[in-house]
Structures are given as structure tokens and as C-alpha cells.
Design a protein around this ligand. Structure first.
Ligand code: PMP
Length: 420
């Protein structure tokens, strides 16, 4: 097996054999040879129906011809300039047109950088130091938000190397729990700069906000002069053209974007109300910078991707998601397993637990050993989902009915062999 060999070689030069922790799974990850549409091919000659989709960016699938062509044209003219381009304006305008709260945009290179800038901006704007996040929410790998994180760090919260002082001002509450938030704000509201929330929790599986919960966050932040930041690195351009804020009809003050916005290339963005955004340097004095900010290749891929994402595509994605979730529930209802199938639109996850999953505490109660058996069973049958209970599965525009059907057949075979 070529992947096994490559993993041995990789382990010698890359910590853990990978460049980002969740990519590692036992006995070893498969190495990619290429991707096309909804299929990902390994160096061992296997082909997988891909529901990981690089953890979210590939809403059009791998190597969409129009995106590839646009990027090729751009590369011929140079890959980075250190001076502005018209493409940046076009992409910013496309974001502003779609995302309700966006009036101005700052481009970054990753979601991590976007949330880092958002927290700094919120602190500067309010003159307050404390920030609130949710148990199990993930906003990237920077110090201020790596507190009770989800994603790859869900099993090892609070990384060594982060000074206690750095996270002293980071407060956490459970998601979907109004009293906990009300109580926190009652006690510390005047010191809180922002609430940073993933509108759909996508780094502890996939957990939707309960009816009215995002509006509750909007109301309580407004009443207390706290900035509401939606971290839409996953949900942006995925749930709807305007992301979760359009899908659930609640408008935050700031939004962080990533993944889809770069069309498969490294990119993040911070956007929001003009009054706040104008404080970013050099318009204002809140420092944010990057050699590759607004990189023309990423901008081109992002712009082309947004152009291709029309209304019909979103209704198709919604339908495919419903079919897959309903199919999973249908086959699970005939089996002797405790389960929850969750997710909106083209996001989904399966938890092996009999109780409803509303937040991190609930997600942690699910049977993660069984989940890994499910993962490996699917992999053996040519279906690739993220190798962790605490990630979210995605569907792309390139997944056709036949792929969804093949996936449900594989899932039936796997699940009928499991017991909890
Ligand atoms: N926020 C959320 C909600 C994310 O899911 C992620 C990454 N999965 C990030 C921020 C960090 O983005 P990046 O990996 O591009 O730094």
C-alpha cells in the first residue's frame, strides 16, 4: 500500500505524519492522488465519494472546470503582487451583495486569522476585554479561542503553551442554553466585548441552533452593547448565499468567513458593519495585516465559485441533504441502534446516542468508538466522511442522486453490522 509507505515517510518529517491534526486516523490516512467532482482518489488507486470535501470549502466539488480555468488564467499573470487588484473589490462586492451584515470586508489567509482579527476589533471597538464563546466551538488555532474547543482538539482541550493569562478573559457557556448566557451577562455584561458563535456548531459534529436561540443572542447583545460575531467559516455561502444569517434570519454585527470564500484556496475574511470595520488599519488604528491578504489566486477562485453558486444549486443542496438524512434515519429506524441524525441543508452528522444532541455536553455522550467503526466501514466501501465524530459532513453540488443512493447502500451494510 502506497499510503502506508508514505505515512511512514511523512511521520519522520511531519509531526504525526500530517499537517493538521484531524487528518490523522488509524492505522494511517490515505494519501490523495487527485479529486474530481464528488470523488477523491487515493495513491492506492481507490476512489471515494467525498463528504469531507476538505472540511467544507469544496461546495462545487473537486476541480470544477470553471474555477480551474479562471485560476489558470490568473496564475499566468502572476500569483501575488503586493499592490491591490480589482478582483479584491469584485469579491468584496459579491460578499456584500450576499451577506446581510457585510458592509465592508478585510481579507485574510485563513479562518483562524479572521476570528483573531474579529476578536481584536470587537475589543478595540467596545473598549472591553472579555469575550464569550461556546463549549465545543472552534474558531481556529489561535490562543484566545482555544478554550474548550471542539474539532481536532475536542479530546485534548486547552493546549499547553497557552499562558493562563491569555485565556483569562475567554468565557464559555453551553450552546442552546439561554439561562446560562443570561446569567453570565447579568454578572459580567459590562466587561464583555463580543459573543463569538458558530450559528451551526460544526466542530462537535453538527448541531443546529434551536428555534429563536440566535435571535435571543441578537437581543441580549444589543441590550448590553456587546458585539455579536457569527463565525460563518463553515456556514458562509453553504446554507444560503448569505450564510446562516440569511438562513435563520438573524443579522450579527460582524461575520468571519473562510473555506468556500476562497474557492478551494487559502482564504479568510472578516466583514460587517461599516461603523466597526472602519476601525481596521489603515482606515483606523486596529492593526491587521498579511503579505498574502487578498491573494489574487484565492480571490479569483472565490469569485468564480460565488458566481457559480446560484439559487437552484442551493435548493438542490437542500434536497440532497434532506434525502441523505431521511435515508439514514429510515435505515437506522429498522436497526437496534441508538442514534441522532442532525444538520441543516448540505451539512449532516450521525451520533450514536439515544438523547437529543443540543450542545457539546450532549455530543460527548455519544459512542465515539462506534462512530469510528462506522467511519472505517464506510471507507472500506468507498465513502469518505471526516474521521471524527466531532466534525461535520458536507455535500457538494457535484454529488448526484446515484452517489447519495450508493452512500445509503454502503451505510446500510455498515450500520446493520454495528451494535451499541
Ligand atoms: N471557524 C470555524 C467555524 C471553523 O470551522 C474553522 C476551521 N475548521 C476555523 C474557524 C478556522 O479556519 P482555518 O482552518 O481556515 O484557520
Amino acid at each position: 500500500m502506497k499510503s502506508e509507505e508514505l505515512f511512514r515517510r511523512a511521520s519522520n518529517v511531519l509531526p504525526g505524519g500530517v499537517s493538521s491534526p484531524v487528518r490523522r486516523f488509524d492505522p494511517h490516512p490515505f494519501f490523495a492522488a487527485g479529486g474530481s467532482g464528488c470523488l477523491l482518489e487515493s495513491v492506492d488507486g481507490e476512489s471515494y465519494i467525498d463528504y469531507c470535501l476538505a472540511y467544507g470549502p469544496l461546495i462545487l466539488g473537486h476541480a470544477h472546470p470553471r474555477v480551474v480555468e479562471a485560476v489558470n488564467e490568473q496564475i499566468k499573470r502572476g500569483t501575488t503582487y503586493g499592490v491591490p487588484t480589482e478582483g479584491e473589490i469584485e469579491l468584496a462586492e459579491a460578499i456584500i451583495e450576499r451577506v446581510p451584515c457585510a458592509e465592508m470586508v478585510r481579507f485574510t489567509n485563513s479562518g483562524t486569522e479572521a476570528t483573531m482579527a474579529a476578536v481584536r476589533l470587537a475589543r478595540a471597538f467596545t473598549g472591553r476585554d472579555r469575550i464569550v464563546k461556546f463549549e465545543g466551538s472552534y474558531h481556529g488555532a489561535h490562543d484566545y479561542v482555544l478554550v474548550r474547543p471542539g474539532s481536532g482538539a475536542a479530546t485534548a482541550p486547552d493546549s499547553p503553551g497557552i499562558p493562563v493569562d491569555t485565556v483569562r478573559n475567554t468565557l464559555t457557556v453551553p450552546f442552546n442554553h439561554e439561562e446560562a448566557m443570561a446569567e453570565l451577562i447579568e454578572g459580567a455584561g459590562e466587561d464583555i466585548a463580543c459573543i463569538l458563535v458558530e450559528p451551526v456548531m460544526g466542530n462537535i459534529g453538527c448541531i443546529e441552533p434551536e428555534n429563536g436561540y440566535l435571535q435571543f443572542l441578537r437581543d441580549i447583545t444589543r441590550e448590553n452593547d456587546i458585539i455579536l460575531i457569527f463565525d460563518e467559516v463553515i456556514t458562509g455561502f453553504r446554507l444560503a448565499p448569505g450564510g446562516a444569517q440569511e438562513y435563520y434570519r438573524v443579522e450579527p454585527d460582524l461575520v468571519t468567513l473562510g473555506k468556500i470564500v476562497g474557492g478551494g484556496f487559502p482564504m479568510g475574511a472578516l466583514a460587517g458593519r461599516r461603523e466597526i470595520m472602519e476601525n481596521i488599519s489603515p482606515a483606523g488604528n486596529v492593526y491587521q495585516a498579511g503579505t498574502f491578504n487578498g491573494n489574487p489566486v484565492s480571490v479569483t477562485a472565490g469569485r468564480e465559485t460565488l458566481r457559480l453558486l446560484d439559487g437552484r444549486m442551493y435548493s438542490d443542496l437542500e434536497r440532497k441533504g434532506s434525502t441523505l438524512r431521511a435515508g439514514l434515519r429510515d435505515l437506522l429506524s429498522d436497526l437496534d441502534l441508538e442514534y441522532q441524525v442532525t444538520g441543516p441543508a448540505s451539512m449532516f452528522q450521525l451520533y450514536f446516542t439515544g438523547e437529543e444532541v443540543r450542545n457539546y455536553g450532549d455530543a460527548k455522550k455519544s459512542d465515539t468508538v462506534l462512530f469510528m467503526e462506522y467511519f472505517h466501514g464506510l471507507l472500506e466501501r468507498g465513502v469518505f466522511i471526516p474521521p471524527s465524530q466531532f466534525e461535520c459532513c458536507f455535500i457538494s453540488a457535484a454529488h448526484e442522486s446515484e452517489h447519495i443512493e450508493a452512500t445509503l447502500e454502503a451505510a446500510e451494510e455498515v450500520l446493520s453490522g454495528l451494535k451499541n
